[in-house]
Design a protein around this ligand. Structure first.
Ligand code: PRP
Length: 210
């Protein structure tokens, strides 16, 4: 698995305000939206394209268009919804699938309560969006859903990641043979005894939606 921590002053600036406990929900939503667009720029670096030629007013010009099948964007409900608009702004022709997952706060295990994905993802590149990668249980289950339907590679875009979650993803998918990337704005210190990322930003779903 490949991990990319996006090192950019604008990303760091927006993330710092997101972390701040004094940031209200409307500002949090706007910053999450802006951040995902910056992260998505890096996360889509390997999106598949095909060569095309267009006519400019002057001459033919060689260029590229997104290849078919179009990428699939998968927000993990609920907090991932706060990152969906930022993704579709960058990839307006992408299809969108939904996964509803919640972490049981006693066991820290991910539980799935909704799936609305195409049955056949053969040949598809998938982009999972979820603000937090904590223990990694949620993301691992989401990636497995996509691989089970035939996805060829999965890139996860997370605002924050914990070392424990990345290690868990590495362990679970060590022999999957399929490319997995995690693109994040920051790799934080650790998880606390409640499974929260430290220093983190609190509960992203609550801060987005109350
Ligand atoms: C949060 C977060 C991830 C998950 C991360 O969602 O958005 O989906 O927890 O935890 P993990 O890496 O330990 O599995 P939560 O379960 O709070 O649900 P919500 O989005 O509905 O608030």
């Amino acid at each position: 698995m490949e991990t990319l921590v996006v090192d950019h002053p604008l990303v760091a600036h927006k993330l710092t305000t997101l972390r701040d406990v004094r940031t209200d929900s409307p500002t949090f939503r706007r910053l999450a939206d802006e951040l995902v667009t910056l992260l998505a720029y890096e996360a889509t670096r390997d999106v598949r394209v095909t060569d095309v030629t267009v006519e400019t007013p002057v001459s033919p010009a060689h260029g590229v268009r997104l290849a078919k099948p179009q990428p699939l964007v998968v927000p993990i409900l609920r907090a991932g919804l706060g990152m969906l608009d930022g993704m579709t702004r960058l990839l307006p022709t992408a299809e969108v699938g939904f996964l509803g997952m919640i972490r049981n706060e006693s066991t820290l295990k991910a539980e799935t309560y909704a799936t609305r994905l195409p049955d056949d993802l053969s040949g598809r590149q998938c982009f999972v969006v979820d603000p937090m990668l904590a223990t990694g249980g949620t993301l691992a289950a989401a990636v497995q859903f996509l691989f089970d339907r035939g996805a060829v590679d999965v890139t996860a875009i997370c605002l924050l990641a914990a070392p424990e979650g990345l290690a868990y993803m590495d362990k679970v998918f060590a022999n999957s043979g399929k490319p997995i990337r995690v693109v994040t704005a920051a790799l934080d210190e650790r998880l606390n005894e409640n499974g929260y990322i430290v220093p983190g930003l609190g509960d992203a779903g609550d801060r987005l939606y109350g």
